[in-house]
Design a protein around this ligand. Structure first.
Ligand code: PLP
Length: 382
């Protein structure tokens, strides 16, 4: 782990390219070297240069941690082998019997991790949009609120500041999964969140070629505990994976701008299309949480979900009929993807409060030419 001074005079794009990535002092290499050594020479017992053993700290990982922490406006950044490894680290902060309050729309794997792996924890899935109800029904043993905004796959948005106020007044921490928004569109720590979690596999990496996770936070004591577990449980990423995420992050801002613009073109096609029942996109004024998204996000993101009037058969037909949109799990990369959450990413939530409609399709809109994407979806819908 590193504690980082935010280079606040630099803009987001500059930090993405330069923070933690000074030219190598020995060789002058402009690109952060992939540091494969598992161990580091000491010039006397304890006389190391900041690195001892690569699980505890690695120079390529340190560069990534500095860069993404800075993009989230965080003092601390911790990289992990996957988004779920990062989430697991956060859940290990809790004690047996503590309750996690999570939204009733969230990544299915998060729900699986909480309900099937951390079985000593209690959990409640609630509709986080109804904050009056949230306050009225608040379980007293809640120690952590797990907040995805926008959610996967319904893209519901929640007012981070409002939920943080409610949780903090009742002694609970708030962890925000910022995977869909990325720090370019939304910085949850600035709204009071305690921890930000990422599946770096998605927009941070951005090219569908690396699995990774990340935590960003400000609090010293929490950082000590999470750093201890990062090392003690060992769910760390390989140096090559750190390099790939770091390379992806350099172009995050320009990719996100294009993702958002292309998503808007797709939404324009879907809204009012005779085969489409409902379009789910945070920019739409009737979208659940539109006001929260407009308040806390710079733009509305590259993910678009929609339901089909023809039910699940129609959804499966459309998913099979696109050619540019590849039918595949995952999201957040340069290429466009389509998937059926009920049978793919969210199959593990079947029968639970997080079950998703079976006529739902989710699009990860890539950075290809908008006209080609619109034409592909149009032919698939017809
Ligand atoms: N959070 C969200 C919102 C996700 O969509 C995913 C994966 O799809 C994860 C966390 C888990 O990340 P990973 O697959 O990198 O373990």
């Amino acid at each position: 782990m590193g504690e980082f001074e935010e280079q606040s005079t630099w803009g987001f794009e500059t930090r993405a390219v330069h923070t933690g990535q000074d030219p190598d002092p020995v060789t002058g290499a402009v690109v952060t070297p992939i540091s494969l050594s598992t161990t580091f020479a000491q010039d006397g017992v304890g006389g190391h240069k900041g690195f001892e053993y690569s699980r505890s700290g690695n120079p390529t990982r340190a560069a990534l941690e500095a860069c993404v922490a800075s993009l989230e406006g965080a003092h601390y950044g911790l990289a992990f082998a996957s988004g779920l490894a990062a989430e697991d680290n956060v859940l290990r902060l809790l004690r047996s019997g503590d309750r996690v309050l999570l939204g009733n729309d969230a990544y299915g794997g998060t729900f699986r991790l909480i309900s099937k792996v951390h079985t000593s924890l209690a959990w409640t899935a609630v509709d986080l949009i109804d904050t009056n109800r949230l306050v009225a029904d608040w379980p007293d043993d809640t120690k952590l609120v797990w907040l995805e905004t926008p959610t996967n796959p319904l893209l519901r948005c929640f007012d981070i500041e409002q939920i943080v106020d409610i949780a903090h007044a009742r002694g609970a921490l708030v962890c925000v999964d910022n995977t869909f928004a990325t720090p370019f569109l939304q910085q949850p720590l600035s709204f009071g969140a305690d921890v930000v979690v990422h599946s770096a596999t998605k927009y941070l990496g951005g090219h569908s070629d690396v699995v990774g996770g990340f935590l960003a936070l400000d609090d010293d004591e929490l950082a000590d505990r999470l750093t201890f577990t990062q090392n003690a449980a060992g769910g760390v990423p390989a140096p090559f994976d750190c390099y790939l995420v770091l390379r992806g992050v350099k172009t995050l801002a320009v990719r996100m701008e294009r993702h958002c613009a292309n998503a808007r073109a797709i939404v324009d096609l879907l809204v009012g299309h005779p085969a489409v029942e409902r379009v789910l996109y945070p920019q739409l004024p009737d979208h659940p949480g539109h006001a929260a998204a407009a308040k806390q996000m710079r733009d509305f993101g590259g993910m678009v979900s929609f339901t089909l009037k023809g039910g699940s058969d129609a959804a499966l037909r459309v998913a099979a009929a696109t050619t540019l949109f590849t039918l595949a799990e995952s999201l957040g990369a340069v290429e466009s993807l389509i998937e059926h959450p009920g049978r793919m990413t969210h199959a593990s939530a079947a029968g639970s409060p997080l079950e998703v409609p079976d006529n739902l399709l989710r699009l990860s809109v890539g950075i290809e030419s908008a006209a080609d994407l619109v034409a592909d979806l149009e032919q698939a819908l017809s």
